[in-house]
Structure formats: C-alpha cells, structure tokens
Design a protein around this ligand. Structure first.
Ligand code: SF4
Ligand code: SF4
Length: 717
C-alpha cells in the first residue's frame, strides 16, 4: 500500500513512563505489545484496519521482539491462527470487521472455543454498527454467547482500553475462553493519552522456538467424544472462572451518584455518549460525574450475577442501556435478578429504541422516559428544551423542503477504474437486454447506487459467483457476477470459481483487477504488483496491475477455458466483451478481467513522483477533460453514463436555453472516461481533452506564443 505509518510505528516503540498520544485503535495495538503478544494476524476492515496496517509496517521492529505478524487471506484463516494458543502458552491476537468477519471466522471460532485455549487469545473486533455502518446490523454478542467466549466492551478512554487488552489476555488464560474485544467506530477513533509500559518480548517466539511440539492430547480437538466434556467444562469451570476474574479485578466499574434510588447499567462502549446525554439533561457535571449511579460493563459476557444484584438491590428502578437487538444483556440481568430474588424493576428496550445506534440524542430521549418512570422532575428544563429545539429544527427544514433531505450516497473515487466498466455494462444491456447482476463486497458495490443502480444481491465477500448458481438456471439471459480481486482471494476463488468449474456452470464472472483490496484501505494482495515492478515502471502514469498475472495464471491452471483481459477505460472494448460473454456459444465459465489500477493508490504513488519532477524543474503533463459549453445540448446523457463527481452541472451561458450544461470541475484526474463514453455511446461532441503542461520546453513555449498571437488576431478581426 502507498500509505505509510512511520509515526505510528515509532509510537509502538515507546517505553515505560513515556506518554502515548493518539487514536484508540493505535493504543490497542501498543497494548498488544505491552501484553507480550507472540503472534498477530487478521483481515483488514473498518474500523480496525489500522491495527493490522500498522503491525504489517512495523514488521522489522516486531521481528526484533520476536512477534510474528501475518496478513491473513480472510477472517477464517485469522481465527484458525489462534490455534497456536490451544497447546502452547503463547498470547495471540487477531483482528477483523464484525459482524461479517465473525461470520466468516465462525467455524474456526467454534472449534477453538470448544477445547479452550491455554495461552491468551484475543480477537479485536471492529463492531461496525450504527450510523455510517457498512455491514448488516447484527451483534457479535451472539457469537460470544453461543461459543462461550469472553466479550469485552471497554469504556472508550485510552487507559481503560489498554487495561482491558491486558486483562483480556489474562482472563482468557484464567478461564481458557478466547476473548473478543469489541470496538465501535467511535472507540477506534477516540483520541487521548496513556502512560506507556515497556513492550514485552514473548517467552516463546521465533527468537526462542520450542524444542519439541506439545504431546498429543485428544482433548485439544473439537471431536467426539471430548466435545461433550468441553460443554461441561464451559458451564462448570470456564464461565465461573471468568466471573471470578471479572469480580476480583473489578473490570466492571461502579460509579456512585446522589440519586442512589435509581441506577443505569451501560455497555462500556456507550459510556461516553451516555455521559454527554446526562450532561445535556443536567444529570451529570462537566467532569462526567453522574447524579444517577452507573454500572459500566467493560465485560458484557459473561455477566457476574452477584455484581449486578448488588448494584440493583434496593433501587426503585434500573435502566439497562444496550445497543441493538436482541437484548442479550437485559435478559441476562433479568435472569440473574430473578435467581437472586431481587425485585428491582428493570427497564430496557421498553423505554429505549429497539434498534439503531444509541447516539447522544437517542440516549437522552430514553433517559427522559426513564426519569418520568423512576425520577420524575430530575431532568433539567434546559434538557427538555434542547430536545424540543431539535424537533422544531427538523420540522422547519422538512416544511421548507417539502420532503426529507435527499440522501447523498457514497460513490466511486474520481477517476476510479471501476466506473467505466459499469458504463460499459449499461451500454451492453441496451443491446442484449437486462441481465441479473450478482454483486459483491468491494468498491464495485458503489455501482448499486445511481446512476448505475446495478446489482440484484450481495451475499458476502467473494460470494457473487456462488450467489448466482441458483439464479442462472432460471434466466433466459446469462447472469453476471462481479467480484473484486480482493474478493477473489478472500473467498471467490474457492467458493465461486471452483464450484462453477466443477458443476460446469454457464456463468459470466467479471473480476475487477485493481491491484489491491481497495475498499478496506488498499492493502496488498497476492496479485498486487511488487515494489520492483513499481520502481521499474518507466511511465508512472500507466496502470501497473498487468505486471502481476497471478489471477490469470490461477484461473488458467484451474481450467477456465474462456478468459478475456480488457482495459477498463476502453468502454467500447469492455461493452463488446460483455456482449460476447452474454451471447457466445461457449457454455461454461467465462471470465472477464477488467484491468485498471485503483485510482486512489495510483494518485498516492504519482503525487510524490510529480512533486519530485516539479522540484527538479522537469516537464509535467496533466491531462484534463472539459465540456465545450457552446456545444453541450444539456441532455446530460454523459452524466447518466458516468457518475463521476467532477462531471457536474452549471448554468447554461446561452440565455435562450434553460437546461444547465455539463461541466468538468477542477478535481478531474483525466482518467479518459468522458472521452471514451462519448465515443462508445455516440454522445454529443462537446468533450475535449486538454493537456496542462508545467515547465514546458522551449518549442512548446514558442508554439503557445504563436497560437496566442493568432488567436488574438482572429478575435480582433
Ligand atoms: S479506492 Fe480505488 S477502486 Fe475504490 S473507488 Fe476509489 S479508485 Fe475506485
Ligand atoms: S475524465 Fe471525466 S470521468 Fe475521468 S476524472 Fe475527468 S471528469 Fe471524471
């Protein structure tokens, strides 16, 4: 990847007593090293990509410590990596985005949790839930319950998060349960500081390898008959051991308040938002001291019944703040109170929103309902007025617009190589008819938005080809599966390609070969051009992805008999290839490799290179496209075919024409799609290609002077 984390890597080296400043996710990364982790792996995904990206770039330093780092091919391989902690007293950490990553990892997690771990095993899970989330709204909590894993949900404050990493490993060892450390988007990006400790080199590592493997132990396998014993161990030993650890180390925090007859039990990750909501309602001071006592659950599974009982006993009512559904924690607490015969009324989802993120306003509205039930009059008049003002403001905006604000969907980057492919698909469908499009996870999923609106289903990362297996036989026309190279290596090769070849499916697979897992931050994959290829590239303005043929070689080796490689930006060639794939007599798997390097990575590589040329006073050419406003007819067919954010509208300069004309604004990176689309779709000839030359040569200056003189003469005439 072209992004460098030099500063972050330096911060990982901080020793005892030094002050660490930075984001939550980097604090967690440092905490892993302070905890003596021996191996780290994972599959990138927001909001935890940073952990693995930094670890991969810190590899030389990690080697000094003896810590092994592995960029896994998917979450299943990351979870399986934790198998090292089954037999050996080594601490391991892996990371991924949940819930989707946990779904992929589920098989290995079950097989790990059943025998239980000897060394501490920690899964740093990015809980992509709530506003701005990009995955299905489900909760990791279910996995912790069903597989008997610890679930940590630390208060988003760097000290607390670091402490929970250290305890997460220790508790995992004390209970033999793997631990999940759940981090919301806000927790990953919260900024703060903590006093660092020295990093701890693991006792067993590549620097200090074991002389012999562990003795054979059937009980370490997740096989019958030992699985029955594992279940017994989970209930009778592991959960009680975890509960004893949580209580002994006071991992859950009790915070007193003046209104002792009420209480709030909150997931640790929601603490900051809760305090802000309490402040807005006049129920907490500027330092976050709440009038209502709080029990902050930094461990949400398992619950410690005695701890919950002691907090609730004698109160007139307790509110449980638990984001999302189902209400696992609320039900656990209800059962605990029932078994302890504590009659305190428990309020939860009945007063709170049943779904969606608990942001400050949602929490405040729920707190008001709780106060009405348990603490009438406790909330301040200012708090009521704040919420009423929000309602009035929204109503006023809606009244002025006459409709809700239109949503602004995300889209491809300017110049993205995947946009032209969907322009071509639009044109191809005009000729062959509409086709079923099995979409996938990745940047190409932006094509599900306007102006392409392409994609009937997304069934998982790398699953598009597999997901059309049941659809193809139902269709007169061939279905199209779109997959990125990231998805291809993550799951698509085996789940889709192998199955389609084995079953002799008549299918069309389009692989976006942009060279990286771009949607997760442009991490390298097996088919990324290597540094040598990048260094060798004479003209750095060209796409580099053709320099790595691993995907093509793999497909050939598996027996794919119809494969075409097309330059993405050649819309006509792409349209023709798609049409051929949809209509050819070849009735087995057809693969189109759409070749075009991720524009974001390309720009990251080019910018320093161009800056260095300019610094040396060398000639630099920047291609720009433009629209001749006198020629533009104002029908906007180009915009409907492109969707590029820099191809937009402006007022028509002709006072006799009402329709706005198309225009290209300054962000254009000169990808060429505008020109290619104009040719492929026979659009009006309003597009022009311009070259902006910096540090021109003497003959270019001379030519420009001559042209200017002629222009001025003609204008004068
Ligand atoms: S990150 Fe790369 S592949 Fe993704 S939308 Fe941007 S340019 Fe396209
Ligand atoms: S050439 Fe057209 S599609 Fe490409 S970046 Fe410029 S305006 Fe966008």
């Amino acid at each position: 990847m072209e992004v460098h984390f030099t500063e972050e890597v330096e911060r990982l080296r901080l020793g005892a007593g030094a002050e660490f400043h930075g984001e939550g996710i980097l604090a967690i990364t440092k905490a892993l090293l302070q905890s003596g982790v021996a191996y780290v792996g994972g599959y990138q995904g927001a909001p935890v990509s940073h952990l693995l990206d930094v670890m991969v770039q810190a590899e030389p330093y990690l080697r000094e410590l003896g810590v092994h780092v592995e960029a896994c091919s998917n979450e299943a391989s990351a979870a399986a990596m934790l198998g090292a902690s089954l037999h050996y007293p080594v601490r391991g950490a892996v990371t991924w985005k949940s819930i989707v990553g946990t779904n992929v990892a589920a098989d290995a997690l079950s097989n790990l949790s059943s025998p239980g771990v000897l060394g501490g095993a920690l899964i740093v899970s990015g809980e992509d839930y709530g506003e701005g989330a990009s995955v299905i709204q489900e909760r990791t909590h279910a996995y912790a319950c069903k597989s008997t894993m610890l679930l940590l949900d630390p208060r988003p404050e760097l000290d607390a998060m670091v402490r929970m990493v250290e305890h997460g490993f220790a508790m995992s060892e004390a209970s033999n349960m793997p631990a999940i450390l759940q981090l919301r988007v806000r927790a990953c990006h919260v900024r703060g500081s903590f006093v660092a400790k020295d990093n701890v080199a693991p006792k067993i590592s590549a620097l200090h390898p074991l002389a012999e493997p562990a003795p054979f132990q059937y009980a370490k396998l997740a096989h019958p008959p030992v699985i029955f014993g594992h279940e017994k161990l989970k209930v009778e030993q592991r959960i009680p051991a975890a509960q004893a650890y949580i209580a002994a180390h006071r991992l859950n925090e009790t915070m007193p308040g003046a209104r002792a007859d009420a209480g709030i039990i909150v997931q640790g990750g929601l603490y900051n938002s809760l305090v802000r909501a309490l402040q807005n309602l006049g129920l907490a001071d500027a330092f976050g001291n709440s009038q209502i006592p709080l029990l902050v659950l930094n461990v949400t599974y398992p619950i410690v019944p005695q701890e919950v009982g002691a907090f609730c006993a004698g109160k007139r009512g307790v509110l449980v703040l638990e984001e999302g559904t189902p209400e696992y924690i609320e039900k656990d607490i209800l059962v605990a109170l029932h078994r302890l015969d504590i009659q305190t009324p428990l309020h939860g989802k009945a007063l709170m929103a049943a779904h969606g993120e608990y942001n400050v306003e949602v929490l405040a509205r729920g707190l008001l309902r709780f106060c009405d039930e348990v603490l009438p009059g406790a909330a301040s008049a200012a708090g009521h007025e704040w919420l009423s003002a929000n309602d009035r403001r929204r109503a006023a905006v809606a009244a002025r617009l006459g409709a809700p604000l239109p949503v602004r969907p995300p889209t491809f980057c300017v110049g993205c190589p995947e946009r032209p492919v969907f322009s071509a698909l639009k044109l191809a469908q005009q000729n062959v008819g509409r086709v079923h499009v099995a979409a996938d996870i990745g940047c190409h999923a932006f094509a599900t938005f306007e102006p392409f609106s392409s994609g009937h289903s997304i069934l998982g990362y790398g699953m598009s080809l597999a997901s059309r297996a049941g659809v193809s036989p139902l269709m007169r026309r061939r279905a199209l599966s779109v997959m990125g190279d990231g998805g291809f290596w993550h799951n698509g090769l085996l789940t889709g390609v192998q199955s389609a070849l084995f079953n002799g499916d008549d299918a069309v697979l389009l692989i976006m070969k942009n060279g990286y897992t771009s949607a997760t931050g442009a991490q390298d994959i097996l088919s990324t051009p290597d540094d040598a290829a990048k260094a060798e590239a004479v003209d750095k303005q060209q796409s580099l992805v053709h320099k790595n043929q691993t995907i093509e070689d793999t497909l050939k080796g598996m027996g794919v008999g119809w494969m075409r490689t097309v330059d993405n930006y050649d819309v006509t060639a792409m349209r023709r290839t798609l049409e051929e794939a949809f209509t050819t007599d070849f009735a087995a798997l057809k693969v189109i490799i759409a070749e075009g390097e991720c524009q974001l990575e390309r720009q990251r590589r080019m910018k320093p290179w161009i800056a260095s040329l300019l610094k040396r006073g060398e000639r630099v050419v920047r291609v720009r496209y433009g629209v001749d406003e006198d020629v533009c007819t104002g029908d906007h067919a180009c915009i409907r075919l492109s969707g590029c954010p820099t191809l937009t509208l402006k007022d028509n300069p002709d006072p006799l024409k009402l329709d706005p004309v198309a225009t290209v604004i300054d962000g254009c990176v000169g990808c060429g799609l505008c020109g290619s689309n104009a040719h492929a779709a026979s659009l009006c000839p309003s597009f022009y290609r311009a070259e902006v030359i910096r540090n021109p040569r003497w003959h270019e200056r001379l030519l420009d002077g001559l042209r200017g003189a002629v222009r001025r003469a003609l204008q004068g005439a």
